[in-house]
Design a protein around this ligand. Structure first.
Ligand SMILES: C[S@@+](CC[C@H](N)C(=O)[O-])C[C@H]1O[C@@H](n2cnc3c(N)ncnc32)[C@H](O)[C@@H]1O
Length: 274
């Protein structure tokens, strides 16, 4: 069976209607939806690490492919830019929090003695481990970024790409990342924002509301997860509002870069002596 379109309509959270083409004909089926992804689809921000873990475990097999497709490959350029902006420490350690499938790890590894990749989803982590087989000095740890199993001042640099938004408390997460970073160290955050130009904002809204969930469902079968993504991105503080969050959690913002008119941002901030 080939799914070509999925409409949830007023049955939201209970069933999904799948328009399909099979052989020469087309038809409709009604399928129950897994409650967890349905719940995530309606949230502006996550309420528990458990539901986030379940969601990412489920989309892990198709995560990288969809990421590439939905961003038309631009995510790779943004990741490269984030790593370029982070100060390097050949003898030091870098923490990649919310590492997912470890997209940043191969880019970070040449610049540090070691990279510790942390994520709450075992399925995402196991794909990251596989991707980075053969890269020396990497460690993969399943942990909540809001409560890390590391001593104070363990890392020279911290990176987080598309992760902060997924924490039930970004404040607690940023404070915890600050705790494990050395004084004088730096954090680099890549996170979605909201486009500022009115026409661009409207175009992106249509893309985020209709195209991302449809394509996400087609390739992963998890529409809820791909409704969660634009919803949380639309509600998350960006630009100066996120800089405020950084300031309130022990960081001193140094540089903020708007990407593609505000679709995403890179934030670079330092942990200065108190
Ligand atoms: C959108 S993915 C980003 C993955 C990767 N950094 C990238 O750039 O592709 C968000 C990741 O954050 C992880 N995550 C969500 N909440 C977390 C938490 N509380 N602690 C650690 N990781 C978390 C998810 O499991 C997921 O792998």
């Amino acid at each position: 069976m080939c799914r070509v379109l999925v409409v949830r309509g007023s049955f939201s959270g209970i069933v999904r209607i799948v328009l399909y083409c099979k052989g020469g004909g087309c038809g409709l089926t009604v399928e129950p939806m897994e409650q967890v992804t349905a719940d995530m689809a309606t949230l502006d921000r996550p309420t528990s690490t458990g539901s986030v873990r379940t969601m990412f475990d489920r989309i892990a097999p198709t995560y990288d492919k969809l990421n590439w497709m939905l961003s038309l490959g631009i995510n790779r350029l943004w990741e490269r830019k984030l790593v370029r902006k982070l100060p390097k420490a050949a003898g030091g350690l870098c923490l990649d929090a919310c590492t997912g499938t470890g997209a940043l790890v191969p880019r970070l590894a040449p610049h540090f003695r070691g990279v510790v990749a942390v994520d709450i989803s075992p399925q995402m982590l196991s794909r990251g481990r596989k991707r980075c087989q053969g890269i020396d000095g990497t460690a993969w740890i399943e942990s909540d970024a809001q409560d890390l199993p590391f001593a104070d001042e363990s890392f020279n640099a911290v990176s987080v790409s598309y992760g902060i938004r997924n924490l039930p408390s970004p404040e607690i997460g940023l404070r915890e990342l600050n705790r494990v970073c050395v004084t004088g160290g730096t954090i680099g955050v890549l996170e979605f924002g909201q486009p500022t130009l009115p026409i661009w904002r409207d175009i992106f809204k249509v893309y985020a509301k209709h195209i991302i969930p449809a394509v996400g469902e087609y390739f992963s079968g998890e529409r809820g997860a791909y409704e969660y993504l634009p919803r949380t991105a639309a509600a998350f503080p960006c630009g100066t509002a996120f800089e405020e969050l950084l300031k309130n959690t022990g960081w001193t913002p140094r540089e903020t870069i708007s990407l593609c008119g505000g679709i995403a941002y890179i934030y670079i901030a330092d942990k200065l002596p108190a």
